[in-house]
Design a protein around this ligand. Structure first.
Ligand code: SAH
Length: 436
């Protein structure tokens, strides 16, 4: 076992030097030499020896600094007995106090380290998918799994959509953007900040085009051999849900094999990804798409027209639970149903509540599914494990009296890698099932 040294009793709280937190007072944070040391409470070092990169306030005993520091300042993580553990960036006013980026005491946390991580992530994608074309959409860098906790970089053709999810990294946004320009030579870079994340991490970046130019009107990318319109300025996520790319194809192929000529319900359809792929790959005869976002549905309508599928589609703007109740009451039934709701929980406290939501949703789906029908059910809540999601589904099958056979237990596409030491990074579950 790495790490857990015999632990001396903790020093009394009063004896611990008061953390010296001077947000902003040191001017902009600089990379390079550490300016502080974050000491852990006794017996809290193990996850960090195993390279989990998130040090929460609750694990921190004290912060030692010789000068001022601010959000984005470099700090070393040490055990309560002073042993060096790792190096990271501080947040002076978020619950997640320190993000770790280096486990090598001789490796400075500087521009060079960021450049290396960006290059390594890009190189992996090139090995996996080849050099990008002008219409390829893929995730070039995914936060923790690519060694840069709090940064996501999505490629949409020659444009990059960048999302900062860590305040300390956002403090170095200009450096990161310079490095992304140098690595990818994009025509434009846009910043997108997810509202909840921006608040939790106190990120104050201006969204929109920050380098180069905006994509042209009617901009589209290619996925599974089809063109998809994407609005990088107002679309959800960074524009498309790229993580589901391979699942859309797998679901379409299962529908073609198991329920050819299917009448498909695409719940939470966004811009039509699952349903339109099923139509294009020949398995579906018709698609009913449901989403609460009018602007997403406007793009779905355009995508259907692009694919020559407009006549086979009906789009309904509305809340899924309400539409499901109406469908049940109307007696309408489907041969295949895709259920891809947004993240239902961000906190451990609300996991049980979220599971009840998934239960209710999936029960309604099963009630609307013809015998032998295909259910594609997804969960993108990182805090709900695959095991818990499976248990929920077992409960649904038992309650509705429709035994389920899971044919494929899928995750995110390989440009969205996960890190084994960070269970939360395996956020996407996509189960391809047949209901008796
Ligand atoms: N399946 C889509 C991605 C779905 S993301 C794809 O393959 O691209 C989740 C979607 O749920 C978003 O489009 C969002 O607008 C929608 N949404 C969120 N809350 C909703 C609700 N209560 N009812 C219906 N749609 C909702």
């Amino acid at each position: 076992m790495i790490g857990e040294e015999p632990v001396p009793p903790p020093p009394p709280q009063a004896a611990a030097p008061a953390p010296r937190i001077a947000p902003g007072s040191g001017g902009p944070a600089t990379l390079g030499e550490p300016v502080a040391r974050v000491a852990l409470k006794p017996r809290r070092a193990q996850p960090f020896h195993f390279r989990h990169p998130w040090v929460f306030d609750g694990a921190v005993q004290r912060i030692e600094a010789s000068g001022d520091f601010t959000t984005g300042s470099v700090a070393d993580l040490i055990t309560d007995s002073g042993e060096w553990v790792a190096r990271g960036l501080l947040h002076t006013d978020a619950n997640l106090k320190l993000r770790l980026y280096s486990w090598d005491p001789d490796r400075p946390l500087d521009r060079g380290l960021f450049a290396e991580r960006i290059a390594s992530a890009a190189h992996l994608r090139t090995r996996l998918f080849g050099a990008p074309s002008a219409t390829d959409a893929r995730r070039e860098l995914f936060s923790e799994a690519d060694g840069l906790s709090g940064l996501t970089v999505d490629r949409y053709g020659e444009y990059l959509a960048v999302q900062f999810t860590a305040g300390p990294l956002a403090a170095h946004a200009e450096t990161v953007l310079d490095l992304l320009e140098a690595q990818f030579s994009p025509k434009g870079i846009l910043i997108r900040t997810e509202k909840g994340m921006g608040e939790a991490e106190a990120i104050h970046l201006n969204d929109g085009v920050v380098r180069g130019e905006a994509p042209p009107e009617g901009f589209a990318v290619e996925e599974n051999g089809l063109q998809w319109g994407v609005d990088l300025a107002v679309g959800q996520k960074t524009g498309l849900f790229l993580d589901q790319r391979d699942n859309r194809r797998a679901a379409a192929d299962l529908i073609a094999a198991a329920t050819p000529g299917a009448k498909v319900l695409d719940l939470f359809c966004y811009t039509g990804g699952f349903g339109l792929t099923a139509l294009a790959r020949g398995g579906a005869a018709s698609v009913r798409g449901v989403d609460s976002s009018e602007s997403a549905l406007a793009l779905a309508v355009m995508n259907a027209a692009r694919h020559g599928s407009a006549d086979a589609c009906t789009w309904t703007a509305g809340k899924a639970f309400q539409v499901l109740d109406e469908l049940k009451a109307s007696g309408e039934r489907f041969d295949a149903i895709v259920c891809d709701p947004p993240k239902m929980t961000r906190t451990r406290k609300s996991v049980e509540n979220a599971l009840r939501g998934y239960h209710q949703l999936n029960s309604s789906c099963l009630e609307l599914l013809n015998p032998g029908g295909v259910l594609v059910t997804c969960c993108c809540s990182g805090l709900i494990s695959r095991e818990k999601f499976g248990q929920m589904l077992a409960g649904v099958a038992a309650r509705v009296g429709r035994p389920l056979r899971i044919l494929e237990n899928r995750g995110a596409a390989p440009d969205h890698p996960t890190a084994p030491q960070i269970p939360e990074s395996e956020y996407l579950k996509c189960l391809l099932c047949v209901a008796d």
